[in-house]
Design a protein around this ligand. Structure first.
Ligand SMILES: Cc1cc2nc3c(=O)[nH]c(=O)nc-3n(C[C@H](O)[C@H](O)[C@H](O)COP(=O)(O)OP(=O)(O)OC[C@H]3O[C@@H](n4cnc5c(N)ncnc54)[C@H](O)[C@@H]3O)c2cc1C
Length: 395
């Protein structure tokens, strides 16, 4: 069996769906085929993410991408979907607040200046102000905070559902199957094959396969270092309704949490916590490892907010970060294979900038170049060239 599309997008997570939606928004009329092997998204990063959205980065183009994205996050529910069925992305601009102690203050001050220089909206907050903002947070060891007031968080599953519904409504087609081969001839992509045996010819293939993007790239013979790394999150119920809402609050040791408000009035008040273990082994490990709660999360949380000692209903889960060696995305066409576009490698930050990523893919497909954002530094061959892009603001 054989069919034809004008563009095939491998992976229907937030990146693939945003790309499909933006293409249609920008007037692309060709056939868009998104191939997603698991429409339940049980293992997709978009489904398992924390939902943090921040512009506190040190690289100007990254800051610009998040700022562009925030403009859509603010009106996401109205823009995606229909009056009959709206997503509830629940974007809350409650801020991202990094707390600095004696061990981290020098690095955080340097980073703050780099972020300002890169164009981020961010400010230093004195301890007195922190005490007013967060009355029950233990601040005796804290020297200052760095706050991004326009930052915040959203509900990842609603974002995914919203982008997907929006893309479908706009006329993008979705196929449930696994891309098992990418065909090419004379240095140009010609199509894909899926597990069911169908061959789809297409002049453009977008690799939006998240943590599996390195594997999808390898189907063409290209080696691009995007590797899966487990990230564990926990959700727990607060001992009582909290009198204020937490920003994304980042303890100097790295444990961070945000509010997860009750979906119904009077429902339990919850938080979601994360802590990146940089010693985690590369691989497709989805084990929740509940022992990490007692070892890494609970002590740091209670040390910072003693009143949280009585949290209940602790539940852990894990998903995969899509790591690159410099923790920055892989964006753009590969110079060795015309028509093969990368939109992956976000290293744990891909949800927040997925609107901008969709726009970039749309421009690359329609115009042959990214006009709104200068993403040349994120080119897929930068690893082979040794042109890595380091950003101190990865957590
Ligand atoms: C625990 C956790 C917390 C995170 N927290 C944040 C956060 O706070 N903020 C933030 O911005 N980002 C966060 N991230 C990262 C963010 O989730 C990802 O960067 C983003 O979701 C990437 O989207 P995606 O569409 O590229 O990947 P995915 O959502 O993983 O989608 C890729 C899809 O490709 C499909 N696929 C793969 N290979 C094939 C194939 N061969 N054929 C067909 N389909 C295929 C998969 O089934 C999958 O559905 C977090 C990630 C995790 C795991």
């Amino acid at each position: 069996m054989s069919e034809r599309a004008d563009i095939v997008i491998v992976g229907g997570g937030v990146v693939g769906c945003s790309a499909a939606w933006h293409l249609r928004q920008d007037g692309f009329t060709g056939r868009i085929l998104v191939i997603e092997r698991d429409p339940s998204y049980q293992r997709a990063s978009s489904y398992l993410a924390m939902g943090g959205i921040r512009q506190q980065f040190c690289t100007p183009v990254t800051v610009q991408m998040v700022q562009f994205s925030v403009a859509l996050w603010k009106k996401f529910d109205q823009t995606l979907g229909t009056p009959m069925k709206r997503p509830h992305a629940w974007f809350r601009q409650r801020g991202y607040l990094f707390l600095a102690n004696g061990a981290t203050s020098t690095a955080l001050t340097k980073r703050y200046h780099e972020e300002k220089h890169a164009g981020a909206v961010v400010r230093m907050v004195a301890v007195d102000e922190l005490r007013r903002m967060l009355p029950d947070v233990m601040l005796d060891d804290i020297l200052f905070g760095v706050l991004g007031e326009e930052d915040g968080y959203a509900n990842p599953r609603e974002v995914l559902a919203g982008f997907r519904a929006g893309a479908e409504l706009a006329g993008a087609e979705f196929m449930v199957d696994e891309v098992t081969a990418i065909e090419h001839a004379q240095g140009a992509v010609t199509g894909v094959r899926v597990a069911a045996g169908t061959r789809i010819t297409a002049p453009i293939v977008v690799n939006a396969a998240g943590p599996w993007a390195g594997r999808v790239a390898a189907l063409t013979g290209l080696k691009v270092p995007v590797e899966p790394l487990r990230q564990i999150l926990f959700r727990c119920t607060l001992p009582h309704h909290w009198p204020y809402r937490f920003p994304m609050l980042i303890d100097p040791g790295g444990v961070h949490w945000r509010h997860d408000d009750a979906s119904e009035p009077g429902g339990p008040d919850k938080i979601i916590l994360a802590f990146t273990n940089w010693r985690e082994e590369i691989g497709e490990n989805f084990a929740a490892d509940e022992a990490r709660w007692q070892k890494d999360f609970y002590p740091a949380m209670v040390n910072r907010v003693p009143q949280l000692r009585d949290v209940t209903d602790v539940h852990g889960w894990s998903g995969l970060y899509e790591m690159t060696p410099d923790h920055n995305p892989v964006l753009g066409p590969h110079p060795d294979l015309s028509g093969f576009i990368f939109a992956n490698g976000f290293s744990g930050h891909g949800l927040m900038m997925s609107p901008a990523t969709g726009k970039i893919v749309s421009e690359l497909v329609r115009l042959g170049r990214s006009e709104m954002f200068d993403v040349g530094i994120f080119a897929p061959d930068r690893f082979a060239r040794g042109a890595l892009v380091h950003d101190a603001a990865t957590i």
